[in-house]
Design a protein around this ligand. Structure first.
Ligand SMILES: NC(=O)c1ccc[n+]([C@@H]2O[C@H](COP(=O)([O-])OP(=O)(O)OC[C@H]3O[C@@H](n4cnc5c(N)ncnc54)[C@H](O)[C@@H]3O)[C@@H](O)[C@H]2O)c1
Length: 341
């Protein structure tokens, strides 16, 4: 059974690649290493094709044997940058996957697992968020993801492509054995920034807004452990292999964690002190984002088992407190496209 994983050298992709390789899949990663890390692919039997998912030569190699399913992580995911450079986002997150989808159609490969996001909901009218809620993204990043969902629905109608849209909430944590973890550059996610502040690697952590209508005034989010996300991809593949139709599924816990609560928990589990600076609200940040994860349980038989916030923070801290400081070895400057074994 062969699976193509685009973006498999990135944060969530690399944890999922590991899960799929352990389950015995023949895993082929397509990653141009713009943000990914060669060293994040630790299983020697996994093939890395270094290049873009819309490069026909790369696709020729990836489809050199029949492919059962494509798991699509590759994307740009910086919300702020998407506002200033929308074309870059529509090109990479929407246009580039069209080439991949056209090749899937030509190869009669009809199963697709898509990294969508809670950002497609925009500022939701109801909480917790169910999948049937209106989707009104408020930035080009969220738009690009919603548009690809619509493309995938049209492909189902036209040629029978079956997709699972996995709408992640806040991905967090690192592998339980500390071997792989989060290494974004630049880093914009709260937990790595809190850890850096706690470890004295940055002056402080800025908290945007302390006057929200939430129990302690700071924003409330839904954190999901990256290994729980990885297992959800495995379940989504099984769902499609069993003949499941196209469906959207939230991946979160539904458990509210405020920014203040997260920092206090981090201080408790590590004994470190995090310097905090409260500043104004950031435009576009909803006070609260929480998943209703019931559909994931009903349809995929999935639920989060590692996503207690203490466990997430411990695993993330384990990664960042290693001698490498949570940084992978840099990718080789020598760029090749024929690294397939
Ligand atoms: N991290 C989160 O909290 C979160 C939340 C919701 C959704 N998502 C989505 O999950 C996916 C993975 O996120 P991540 O945090 O692991 O990001 P990441 O940047 O670590 O991983 C993305 C990977 O895709 C690769 N890539 C980008 N464009 C490519 C292209 N054209 N061809 C080949 N490879 C390409 C990058 O090099 C990188 O390795 C993204 O689609 C993101 O939008 C992430």
């Amino acid at each position: 059974m062969r699976v193509i994983v685009t973006g498999g050298a990135g944060y969530i992709g690399s944890h999922t690649v590991r899960e799929l390789a352990r389950a015995g899949w023949d895993v082929v990663v397509i990653d141009n290493l713009v943000y990914g890390h060669r060293a994040a692919i630790i299983d020697p039997e996994v093939t890395l094709l270094e290049g873009s998912l819309d490069d026909q030569k790369i696709l020729d190699q990836a489809f050199s044997k029949p492919v059962d399913v494509v798991v699509h992580f590759a994307a740009y995911a910086y919300v702020g940058e998407s506002v200033t450079e929308p074309l870059k986002y529509y090109q990479n997150n929407l246009a580039a996957p069209l080439t991949l989808l056209a090749r899937m159609k030509a190869e009669n490969c009809t199963r697709f697992v898509f990294s969508s996001t809670c950002a497609t909901y925009g500022i939701p009218e109801e909480m917790p968020i169910v999948e049937t809620l209106a989707q009104n993204p408020i930035n080009p990043y969220g738009q690009s993801k919603l548009m690809l969902e619509k493309v995938l629905q049209d492909c189902e109608t036209a040629w029978g492509l079956k997709s699972v849209f996995l709408r992640y909430f806040n991905a967090a944590g690192s592998s339980s054995d500390g071997k792989i973890g989060e290494d974004h550059n630049p880093e914009t996610h709260l937990i790595p920034l809190v850890i850096a502040a706690g470890m004295g690697k940055r002056k402080d952590i800025k908290i945007f807004g302390s006057d929200y209508p939430t129990p302690d005034g700071t924003c409330v989010r839904d954190y999901i452990h990256v290994e729980d996300l990885a297992s959800a991809h495995s379940k989504a593949i099984t769902y499609l292999s069993d003949g499941g139709d196209t469906i959207a599924v939230n991946l979160g816990t539904g458990i509210p964690v405020s920014v203040n609560e997260l920092i206090q928990t981090f201080e408790k589990v590590t004994g470190l002190k995090v310097p905090v600076q409260y500043t104004d609200r950031r435009p576009g940040d909803p006070p609260e984002l929480l998943a209703d994860p019931s559909r994931a349980k009903e349809v995929l038989g999935w639920q989060a088992v590692n996503s207690d916030i203490s466990n997430i923070l411990e695993s993330a801290y384990r990664w960042f407190s290693q001698p490498h400081g949570g940084k992978y070895e840099s990718n080789s400057p020598q760029k090749t496209t024929d690294v397939e074994k």
